[in-house]
Design a protein around this ligand. Structure first.
Ligand code: GDP
Length: 477
């Protein structure tokens, strides 16, 4: 990297370092003094920039008004469990008119786009539920334009219905009410709509401005009315983006695919993403080798609010991570190296001790640590990015007055030696969800005193950590 920047040959720089008696140890980064020495030796001027300057200019220039074009809305479905979120997402998938010729929506990639009869396009985020929505928001990714709150007509407003309304209001996202299961005998939507008044949701028939649509996800009725309601609201919201620029957007989902390697579903928010572009997504980068849509078809490009799987990244980024197209590989390497350093620094800033949950809590209880450090740090490794996100979110809500749980690092894949070292450095135990440690990692964990807890059911994991947290902190008799 340094040779590149100086426009010198790598071999010359390496040779110089050998002459100085410095062995280059493959992965090492140069310390500042060595770098300075080399730069001076080669007759170049040094310009010191601060670490964070690396990210400067990433977002590119602002868009001019005349470049802004209409874009499809992004819709998330929320509501109480069993009120029909999944069924509605399935039913809406079939409202797609492109399906016939081009093959239906066959893949779950975290989001899909339909073209409805009237010609408008709508993008649906395909992970129902509130955890996904808040996890995204917590990372600063406000990607939803409209929330559909599903309420089953026979069940009415329930706790998670209220939560969904609160989430949408907190994010300042307008809602549409879908009164579902209208096929049920004696279905009375008025009761539901009246209940909603208590939660500050006034539907049109009650003199308010919130649209309420009667649907049956089962019998597929009311779906056209629902998509029309979405398009109408989208028009009022005047959703626009500039399609003619380098793309950026948000990672929706990611996984490590056995055959295809790291695969990330991204939602383009500005610009147009093209095959061959070099992207940085969170702490990962790569050249976009392929763009695949929800019909499992290859695409050449993806414009604003088009969901697409991208292949070619060097690792799976996290949902909620921003992605951005950069000018070349050197720039991509520089940004990701900086970001990974930041993650490591954050994780390694704690002093070392035995990395087990009990030990950590014992120390908290003894008052060995300072007030602000009363934080149970955890490392989470899991099989898919989605479960890591869900676990992280649940663990972080476990916090009590005495102690706060915080996931300092979460990643997809088996437990490796570097995970053990990271955990050890932060005195954090490792929570393993549907993954195991390899032999070397196990040996290292034993040697370094890093605890690994294995789970395959999320609620057991949560219960167990919760029990440990509260048990260890209970007053002694
Ligand atoms: P979710 O938990 O909100 O995702 O709800 P699901 O989509 O899994 O639906 C929960 C249950 O309600 C399932 O047994 C569905 O078959 C049923 N269901 C969903 N929509 C309808 C509907 O419109 N009418 C009827 N009668 N049942 C429905």
């Amino acid at each position: 990297e340094l040779a590149n920047r100086m426009k010198e040959r790598v071999a010359d720089v390496v040779k110089f370092m050998m002459q100085q008696g410095e062995m280059i140890r493959g992965i090492d980064t140069l310390d500042v003094d060595t770098a300075e020495l080399i730069v001076e030796e080669f007759g170049h001027t040094i310009k010191r920039v601060s670490e964070s300057d690396v990210e400067l200019g990433l977002e590119g220039p602002a868009d001019a008004d005349e470049d802004m074009k209409e874009r499809p809305p992004v819709v998330t479905i929320m509501g109480h469990v069993d009120h029909g979120k999944t069924s509605l997402l399935d039913a809406l998938r079939q409202t797609d008119v492109v399906g016939g010729e081009a093959g239906g929506i066959t893949q779950h990639i975290g989001a899909y786009q339909v073209k409805v009869k009237s010609g408008e396009k709508i993008t649906f985020l395909d992970t129902p539920g509130h955890a996904a929505f808040s996890a995204m928001r917590a990372r600063g990714a406000n990607i939803t334009d409209i929330v559909i709150v599903v309420v089953a007509v026979d069940d009415g407003v329930m706790p998670q219905t209220i939560e969904a309304i609160k989430h949408a209001k907190a994010a300042d996202v307008p809602i549409i009410i879908a009164v579902n299961k209208m096929d049920k005998p004696d279905a009375d939507p008025t009761k539901v709509l009246t209940e909603l008044l208590q939660y500050d949701v006034q539907v049109e028939s009650m003199g308010g401005d919130v649209q309420a649509i009667h649907v049956s996800a089962l019998k597929k009725t009311g779906l056209t009315e629902l998509t029309e309601a979405i398009s109408m609201l989208a028009e009022i919201l005047e959703l626009k983006a500039n399609p003619d620029r380098e793309a950026d957007g948000t990672v929706i989902e990611s996984k490590l695919d056995k055959g295809r390697g790291p695969v990330a579903t991204v939602l383009v928010q500005r610009g147009t993403l093209k095959r061959g572009d070099i992207v940085v997504a969170g702490g990962q980068w790569g050249k976009v080798r392929a763009l695949v849509n929800e019909r499992n078809q290859q695409m050449d490009k993806a414009g604003p609010t088009r969901p697409a799987e991208i292949l070619g990244l060097d690792g799976p980024p996290s949902p909620g991570d921003q992605f951005v197209v950069v000018e070349n590989e050197a720039r991509a390497r520089e940004i990701t190296a900086y970001r990974q350093r930041m993650i490591k620094n954050k994780a390694a800033s704690a002093p070392s001790a035995r990395a087990s949950l009990e030990h950590m809590l014992a120390r908290l209880k003894d008052g060995v640590v300072t007030e602000q450090a009363k934080e149970a740090q955890l490392v989470v490794k899991g099989d898919v990015q989605g479960s890591i996100e869900a676990i992280t979110h649940s663990l972080e809500t476990l916090s009590t007055e005495e102690v706060r749980a915080r996931v300092i690092y979460g990643a997809v894949g088996g437990i490796s030696e570097s995970d053990i070292l990271l955990a050890k450095a932060s005195e954090a135990p490792i929570i393993a969800f549907n993954v195991r440690a390899n032999k070397q990692a196990l040996a290292l964990a034993e040697k370094e005193g890093v605890e690994i807890r294995y789970y395959s059911v999320i609620y057991q994991l949560i219960d167990d950590v919760k029990a440990t947290l509260s048990g260890m902190l209970a007053p002694e008799r």
